[in-house]
Design a protein around this ligand. Structure first.
Ligand code: ATP
Ligand code: MG
Ligand code: MG
Ligand code: MG
Length: 439
């Protein structure tokens, strides 16, 4: 993309309404624009990162065999009346009436709708196990929308639902989700710690939240500091092997790690004192096993191997896709701007032309741009007429991992400058070598 032809409305001033760094940087980098409280337009740069995050979530869901689909944002209230949650959910649910006077709502989550789909089409244990998921906009009329996309009212969530014959199978699905979530977050450059949590309005017995440690997090967390040494890395775990999935769950959840909602000071006191840590965290996902809560209420049964009708065991599993952008920025920035992890960066590299209009500099930039494109990379070429300071500030703000700086002086010696956004280190090298380094 050539910056002169892009739409990147960066702000020079710090927006007064933004209290935390990720919100400030997303506004300043022209990623989002508030449309009303807690509701945002995703401008091209923000949209690009949102799609990358979404794509990683899709890939990791499908890697473990979960099936993508799409349910609508607007739901009929009938299903929610059946489950009993229409009244129970409270004022966070946006209720709408259509012209026929039917009660509708903007879905805050989809347990009812997916259970209805399931019961309409599945009748035998032979069709299990089954895990369906979608990535769709949700609406929750949060009492205090704030921090930009972190606590929006309209937000993008991946929510997945498993259907199993037995509790044991459903716990396998739970363990498998934990494994896939660990991988998902690491691919985004995040460490998200599974912590024992409270089930809230979803209900259920087993549940873990995934928290990214950050000063601006809304949850207070208590944990054994050993937990921060764990990484999932490049392990190959067979998703159909419950023992293997279970071993990962045991490894990642055997140490004390809880949010304020479930914190137990007596248990925490048993952690060696020098490892007792408290911090703040951002909830980027949650997994639930809730058994037959919805299948009982909504009569979602299958025929078991013995011919008897039994309610299915279910769980639901959410990832805060749009919130993740805020979490990634909270975890990865400096005073100049965002520092995108390679996995989610909107462009792979920026090309800065120090003397736009200079024949040689323009030609060198064009050649670099083409070579990077030919490698399948997505560069952003700042081809605007303007000073180096302004161009560097823009690149630093939007946080691309690499910057290639091209100017007449370097070109005389046959070199360009390659700079890492994260370390700030630069080296001069011939343009072909700069391209090779990025390949
Ligand atoms: P929170 O405790 O932050 O209100 P939640 O526990 O109500 O979140 P879940 O029902 O577990 O949310 O939804 C799954 C995921 O969706 C959450 O882990 C979070 O990452 C994301 N999410 C929830 N509410 C919001 C929101 N208002 N804005 C952005 N993302 C959200
Ligand atoms: Mg909530
Ligand atoms: Mg929560
Ligand atoms: Mg939650």
């Amino acid at each position: 993309m050539r910056l002169s032809q892009y739409f990147l409305p960066v702000l020079k001033e710090n927006p007064a309404e933004a209290q935390i760094v990720s919100h400030r940087l997303m506004l300043r980098a022209g990623m989002i624009k508030q449309s009303s409280a807690g509701i945002y337009s995703w401008l091209p740069l923000g949209y690009k990162v949102l799609r990358k995050v979404e794509e990683i979530v899709h890939q990791e869901q499908q890697r473990v065999g979960h099936i993508p689909m799409l349910m609508p944002t607007l739901q009929s209230a009938d299903l929610w009346k059946e489950s009993g949650r229409y009244d129970a959910y409270g004022p966070e649910m946006l209720r709408i009436r259509d012209r026929q006077d039917r009660d509708m709502l903007y879905g805050p989550t989809n347990e009812e709708m997916i259970t209805d789909i399931f019961r309409s089409h599945v009748g035998s244990y032979k069709d299990l196990p089954l895990t369906l998921y979608h990535i769709q906009w949700k609406f929750r009329d949060e009492i205090r929308p704030r921090f930009g996309v972190m606590r929006g009212r309209e937000f993008l969530m991946k929510d997945g639902y498993n259907f199993d014959l037995t509790k044991e199978d459903a716990l396998h699905a739970y363990n498998r989700h934990l494994v896939s979530y660990l991988r998902t977050y690491e691919r985004m450059g995040l460490q998200a710690i599974p912590m024992r949590a409270d089930s809230g309005p979803i209900g259920g017995d087993d549940t873990h939240e995934f928290l990214v440690l950050a000063e601006t997090g809304e949850s207070e967390v208590f944990y054994d500091s050993e937990i921060t040494d764990l990484t999932f890395g490049n392990r190959e775990i067979d998703p159909s092997d419950n023992d293997a999935c279970r071993a990962v769950l045991d490894e990642f959840t055997s140490r004390y790690a809880r949010t304020d909602e479930t914190h137990d000071p007596e248990l925490f006191a048993k952690v060696p004192e020098d490892r007792q840590s408290t911090a703040r965290g951002i909830e980027v996902g949650q997994i639930f096993y809730f058994g037959t809560k919805y299948s009982d209420a909504m009569n979602a049964k299958v025929q078991g191997p013995d011919g008897k009708q039994v309610p299915v065991h279910m769980g639901s599993h959410g990832i805060g896709v749009s919130r993740l952008l805020g979490a990634i920025i909270e975890a990865s920035h400096d005073d100049k701007g965002i520092i995108w992890p390679e996995g989610v960066t909107p462009f792979h590299a920026g090309i800065v032309n120090l003397k736009q209009g200079d024949e040689e500099a323009d030609a060198a930039c064009d050649a670099l741009y083409k070579s990077l494109k030919a490698l399948g990379l997505d560069p952003l070429y700042d081809d605007r007429k303007g000073g180096a300071g302004m161009k560097f500030a823009t690149m630093d703000l939007i946080g691309l991992p690499w910057r290639i700086t091209v100017g007449p002086r370097g070109l005389k010696n046959g070199v360009v400058e390659l700079t890492s956004r994260r370390t700030g280190e630069s080296e001069e090298l011939p343009p072909e070598q700069a391209v090779e380094k990025l390949a």
